[in-house]
Design a protein around this ligand. Structure first.
Ligand code: FAD
Length: 496
């Protein structure tokens, strides 16, 4: 049963990264079938952050036929092989959560069981020694090979990325309208009819994508979808951000450095470094956060620091009537694992798969909402893990995080790993089994036992197996050029 007419025209409200990602995908994949219009206001501007991504971004670009070198040059992008977590489990700790696979397990027992058995036999190489991406990251090395050796994502300049996608979309026929939306009109059934701009122009459509950021102009201010707060699990709600000059080193990873009331990021681009200090306002004032950020800078600032406030949680319905919310208007977990851009890329792919050509139906919206909920709750759990699984006792913030109650779904995973080293990735889950094992062990959770099947391998064979993996990785890393050298010959923007 359709509750609206056929969808011939999609109107995207907002031209931040989410708006232009949606415009690019819809213009490319619905070309000739559906008209795409985007309304944005330069006066309002964008959130201006969101520069670290995860590997599915490469698949998304492939779907759109985006040329990687052109994209990287246009956005001053660098490669990312993972995130370096510093001071999370305990002050002084450091581990990298890498992309890619780690070690080689068997059909019945994943690699961490072999690794733990090896530890018990006295083979005490760190878990990260069995991951190519992690070792390349540590050595600041990178290359793309025909075999697609390394699994990677990008660090990119958010403003330039939106401009790049705008050009891409406009070439495909997307119409951009500059103007401030001052009113949203509705049909009698509650569907959105049009966006009215402050100069009186009216933009009507059949399906609306709300990409208006935290304002959530359509999905919340107009349709009242409701918001489920997650700040009791994810207490950070502010960030102070600043861009600085390039540093001498160009690590192919994001740094996430915990402090006593949150954490700090460092994102190396070709022409500058993005820095931000994330904090919980209940535990740190803006002034202290600002000073902390400035004190920790490695190169001179290029701008005045700016504070961004946010609330963690999700919109209760992301598809409501003829409106789909994407990006910050649909909710926000927090930037720790760089999942936000991925989430709206996946949202637009989901929309394309369920596209309501003949009109919006309750069944389509319900399916979309259920898939979105399953996905975001799993990511939420993974992020909460970083805060909760800690031994830090040096501040009230960490005391709160360590002792807070957590979702049952996460508690069950932690217990399973603690008891038996079992980790898993379900079908609709973004983070892989290896992500869970790296973070769980990186945050000091040592399993009490592991799968007994691994004892079937003799100590000599196990030692050979583990050594061979480490050796192969070391040899591969040895042959890689430095990240900086690779960028210079592959995609230099000329701005470094
Ligand atoms: P915005 O960028 O806020 O864009 C909103 C758009 O709506 C703008 O174009 C604005 O002009 C328009 N608009 C609003 N109201 C009106 C109106 N009345 N009329 C006309 N236009 C209007 N994500 C990652 O994946 N990786 C990260 O490393 C990362 N770091 C982050 C760090 C912080 C501190 C925060 C807060 C977020 C971070 N994110 C990150 C999330 C990421 O920044 C966003 O998901 C991304 O930028 C998309 O934002 P958006 O397009 O939804 O909203």
């Amino acid at each position: 049963m359709s509750i609206s007419g056929a969808v011939k025209k999609v109107v995207i409200a907002g031209g931040g990264t989410a708006g232009w990602v949606a415009a690019a995908a819809l213009s490319k994949r619905l070309q000739g079938l559906v008209e795409v219009v985007l309304v944005e206001s330069e006066e309002i501007g964008t959130v201006g952050v969101g520069e670290s991504t995860i590997p599915p971004v490469t698949l998304f670009h492939n779907l759109l036929g985006i040329d990687e070198q052109e994209f990287m040059r246009a956005t001053d992008a660098t490669f990312k092989l993972g995130i370096s977590f510093e001071h999370w489990g305990q002050l002084g700790d450091k581990y990298i959560h890498p992309f890619g696979t780690t070690g080689k397990g068997s059909f019945l027992a994943d690699f961490q069981h072999y690794y733990l058995h090896g530890l018990r036999q006295g083979i005490d190489a760190p878990f990260g020694d069995y991951c190519l991406e992690l070792q390349a990251a540590r050595a600041h090395k990178f290359a793309k090979t025909e075999q697609g050796l390394l699994s990677y994502a990008y660090h990119l300049d958010a403003g330039r990325y939106a401009r790049f996608l705008r050009q891409f979309s406009e070439k495909l026929g997307c119409t951009r309208i500059e103007g401030k939306i001052s009113q949203v009109t509705q049909h009698t059934n509650g569907d959105i009819r049009s966006l009215v701009l402050d100069d009186g122009r009216e933009v009507a459509g059949d399906l609306f994508i709300d990409c208006t950021g935290f304002r959530a102009l359509l999905i919340e201010q107009t349709l009242k979808a409701g918001f489920e707060r997650w700040d009791h699990w994810l207490p950070c709600n502010k960030a102070v951000v600043v861009q600085t000059q390039s540093a001498v080193t160009l690590p192919p990873y994001t740094r996430a450095i915990a402090h006593d009331a949150g954490w700090q990021w460092k994102i190396p681009l070709q022409h500058r470094v993005g820095n931000g200090l994330v904090y919980a306002a209940d535990y740190m004032s803006d002034e202290v956060a600002r000073q902390r950020l400035l004190d920790g800078l490695e190169t001179p600032a290029l701008m005045e620091p700016r504070v961004i406030s946010y609330q963690t949680g999700r919109r209760k319905q992301v598809w409501l009537k003829n409106c789909v919310a994407m990006g910050l208007s649909s909710g926000f977990i927090e930037p720790l694992e760089s999942t936000s851009i991925y989430l709206f890329m996946n949202s637009v792919v989901r929309l394309l798969r369920l596209f309501p050509f003949a009109g919006v139906t309750p069944a389509l919206a319900a399916e979309y909402n259920q898939q979105s909920l399953r996905e975001i709750e799993k990511i939420r759990d993974f992020i909460i893990l970083h805060y909760h699984q800690t031994e830090r006792r040096d501040s009230p913030f960490w005391d709160y995080c360590r002792t807070m109650s957590i979702p049952d779904s996460l508690a069950q995973r932690i217990e399973l790993f603690r008891d038996s080293a079992l980790a898993f990735q379900t079908g609709d889950e973004m983070f892989r089994l290896e992500s869970w094992t790296h973070v769980l062990m990186g945050q000091r959770l040592q399993p009490q036992s592991y799968h007994q099947l691994v004892q079937q391998i003799s100590p000599a064979d196990l030692s050979r197996h583990l050594q061979q993996i480490r050796q192969t990785i070391n040899m591969a890393v040895e042959r890689l050029p430095s990240h900086r050298e690779f960028i210079a010959q592959y995609c230099a923007s000329g701005l470094q």
